[in-house]
Design a protein around this ligand. Structure first.
Ligand code: ADP
Ligand code: MG
Length: 338
């Protein structure tokens, strides 16, 4: 007797969701990135109970057609890549078509969306990967997705969530990563009816100061270096504001926040003798390079990436920071090699 069978969609989606949506903050990241990919200029995040009761993202992006609004909840449904070659030239934050399918497998989801060419928008309710309602409705331009009662159907996962304070910290982190990467867009974050962040569009420096604090205004050193291979832009904090704990350290590669102990080392190393022992520099750095030089498809949350040539990037980052520090004459010696 044959014993293998294909899992039903809702189970397959729930399993996949385990990788993509680990906590409320993971859903926040996915929804914010979708809004950015949709070309929105104004993005609002609304949460209740640290995302356990509600996570809603409202954008004024390009919206979805009636049929796309239904299809976006299918697994591997994406408008962002079409063929295998596209995987090596990704310019959007998303590309796997997994986020909304995952969200719909583990929460009660409502979507409202309208494109500018449509008079009527679409309203959809999805629960347990099942569409409950799909009808035309009046809607503002753009998309609003709300997910209620995350993990309502997976009690083990729900119980595993941390305190509201801890989950909220994760949400704020994800919010900051996206908001920092796109200073030209305006963002807000409202938690339990209270606005925590209201970020108007502006320059990167304005955004950094808006998020990390006004007192930083005179403490940031501009980093800006360019080669044919890559560009680096951003800021490092003057050594005097280095902290004892690893706090505000942000690396973005092609606008994607990443964690890289290796590149972190490059920055710290560039500070050399300037830093007091056991202290960590503040930095917000953006590296831009040809998408074919990075593989972002190595981790479900895309926070780890692989560079074709990690050593070049290390050397470049280190040189760019030294260069910046020297220009502001806070570096004692200079061995600028690039
Ligand atoms: P991915 O972002 O990897 O394509 P998602 O599951 O996050 O996968 O989204 C599926 C598709 O739904 C997207 O490719 C996009 O076409 C559409 N979509 C999702 N969110 C939005 C949004 N806020 N505005 C417009 N379209 C959206
Ligand atoms: Mg997405």
């Amino acid at each position: 007797m044959d014993i293998i069978q294909l899992l039903p969609d809702n189970i397959a989606n729930q399993i996949a969701a385990g990788e993509v949506i680990q906590r409320p903050a993971s859903a926040v990241k996915e929804l914010l990135e979708n809004a950015v990919d949709a070309g929105a200029t104004e993005i609002k995040l609304i949460v209740q109970d640290a995302g356990k009761a509600l996570i809603q993202v409202v954008d004024n992006g390009k919206g979805m057609s009636f049929t796309d609004a239904r299809l976006c909840f299918e697994r591997h449904a994406t408008s962002k890549i079409k063929q295998i070659e596209d995987l090596f030239n990704i310019k959007t934050m998303g590309f796997r078509g997994e986020a909304l399918a995952s969200v719909a497998a583990v929460a009660q989801v409502e979507l409202k969306s309208r494109r500018k060419e449509d008079e009527l928008g679409t309203y959809l309710e999805v629960e347990n990967s099942e569409v409950k309602l799909h009808e035309p409705c009046a809607a503002p331009l753009g998309t609003s997705i709300s997910m209620k009662n995350l993990f309502f159907n997976i009690p083990a996962r729900r119980n595993f969530l941390k305190s509201n304070a801890a989950e909220m910290r994760h949400i704020v982190d994800e919010f900051i990563h996206v908001a920092m990467a796109f200073p030209a867009l305006s963002f807000s974050l409202t938690s339990n009816g209270q606005e925590m962040f209201h970020l108007d569009s502006g320059s990167l420096k304005q955004r950094v100061v808006q998020i990390l604090g006004n007192n930083l205004n005179s403490k940031l050193v501009n980093v800006s270096d360019h080669t044919d291979y890559l560009n680096i832009e951003g800021f490092v904090g003057k050594p005097e504001i280095a902290r004892k704990t690893r706090g505000d350290q942000y690396f973005f590669v092609n606008n994607r926040f990443i964690k890289s102990p290796y590149l972190n080392h490059a920055v710290t190393n560039a500070f050399d003798q300037l830093l007091p022992k056991e202290s960590f520099p503040l930095y917000v750095l953006f590296i831009e390079l040809d998408p074919s030089e990075v593989d972002i498809n190595v981790h479900p949350t895309k926070q780890e990436i692989k560079f074709e040539d990690e050593k070049i990037i290390y050397a470049f980052v280190q040189a760019a920071i030294k260069h910046a520090l020297a220009q502001f004459s806070v570096a004692p010696t200079l061995d600028f090699t690039l």
